[in-house]
Design a protein around this ligand. Structure first.
Ligand SMILES: Cc1ncc(COP(=O)(O)O)c(C=O)c1O
Length: 348
């Protein structure tokens, strides 16, 4: 069979294997479901929907509420079923894709699926931003640079000064800098001031983490009208289901639950970081601005299997360049984190 483009012959699937475990700390989800009163309101809204009707073309109803919530012009907001789909859209539209190594794997995954030339610049020592090599890459033929801030999968936070330097170079050379703020709420950082001043910056955010809506699958772009128009054109019409829209509308009406969750995750993150250093001297947990910790162990497989034998599922990261021995642990509830610390104490 010869129907497909040759670059699709050996595409690897997304690096995720489902494993059942009592305590799930492998996908950087919120440990809490949506508050029950909001869930009830959303369910009532779902019941009142005419399920025979198509939803709005580009979720215009949700988009208006989201634009107000984010204080961003509606014409620059694009919703999609997961920011992954926006990554694929931008990677498909791009002349080339650039990221760091390691980085969230779907920047490369999206570029590879789209057949877009891809290249990565290694992070500096201690997971620092490789500013000089990135600036010099941004001086070449233009494309899209994906930069997660805070960085995934390391949890490192780059300085506003460095991100601004990349943005200025992007503006001068015709690149688009995509600041992926999937974990922004846990860091307290905000790329909007930069993107408001510079149309060569676009932001990706998601409902999957701090909003506690991983199962609902929605991410969004905040960008200039021109970037938003291209992203919108690259994703199919009517792609936010009415059911999803009803849930998002409910959350956007009462977003008060986010602040308490974020506060709890930040304080548990610190307790986990300090606790791991105290109970397991053979492991190094790196400081993180996100809702997960990257931890270097003597042997990632042994650490993963030991934790799984205690009912705790984490994610191996040792397949990434520079992350030998590393696992990634999502910050869970206090009880889940206690179980993690107890199991880590006895790790091989
Ligand atoms: C840095 C980063 N960007 C994007 C995503 C994808 O988010 P979504 O659930 O909106 O597709 C993730 C998911 O873990 C992520 O870690």
């Amino acid at each position: 069979m010869d129907a497909f483009k040759p670059h699709l012959a050996d595409l690897a699937d997304y690096p995720y294997a489902k494993v059942d475990a009592r305590i799930k700390l492998d996908q950087n989800e919120s440990p809490d479901d949506l508050p029950p009163e909001l869930k009830s309101l959303a369910l009532a809204r779902l019941a009142a929907l005419p399920w025979n009707r198509y939803p709005e073309l580009h979720a215009e109803d949700v988009r208006a509420a989201l634009a107000r919530h984010e204080d961003w012009p509606e014409a620059g907001v694009v919703l999609a079923p997961g920011s992954n789909l926006l990554i694929l859209a931008l990677a498909s539209a791009a002349r080339q894709v650039l990221d760091t190594s390691p980085a969230f794997p779907y920047y490369k995954g999206g570029a590879t699926a789209a057949g877009t030339p891809y290249r990565a610049v290694p992070l500096g020592p201690g997971f620092t931003l490789p500013l000089a090599p990135l600036l010099s890459a941004l001086s070449g033929p233009p494309g899209v640079l994906f930069l997660p801030v805070p960085h995934a999968p390391t949890g490192a936070l780059f300085t506003t000064g460095d991100v601004t330097a990349l943005a200025e170079r992007a503006r001068a050379t015709g690149w688009l800098l995509v600041v992926d703020e999937a974990y922004q709420a846990f860091a307290g950082t905000d790329a909007r001031p930069l993107a408001r001043k510079n149309p060569s910056v676009a932001i990706l955010r998601t409902f999957s983490k701090a909003w506690s809506l991983g199962g609902v699958r929605t991410g969004y772009l905040l960008g200039s009208p021109r970037v938003a128009a291209v992203a919108r054109a690259m994703i199919p019409p009517f792609c936010i289901p009415a059911t999803t829209g009803a849930i998002l509308t409910t959350a956007l009406e009462r977003p008060g639950y986010l602040a308490a969750l974020v506060e709890r995750i930040r304080s548990e993150r610190k307790r986990l970081l300090d606790g791991l250093a105290a109970v397991q001297p053979r492991w190094t947990a790196y400081p993180s601005a996100a809702n997960f910790l990257l931890v270097r162990t003597p042997d990632a497989r042994a650490a993963f299997e030991h934790l799984l034998s205690r009912g705790l599922l984490v994610r191996r990261q040792d397949h990434y360049a520079g992350l030998t021995g590393c696992i990634r642990i999502s910050v869970g509830t206090a009880a889940e984190n206690d179980a993690l610390l107890a199991a880590a104490r006895e790790a091989p």
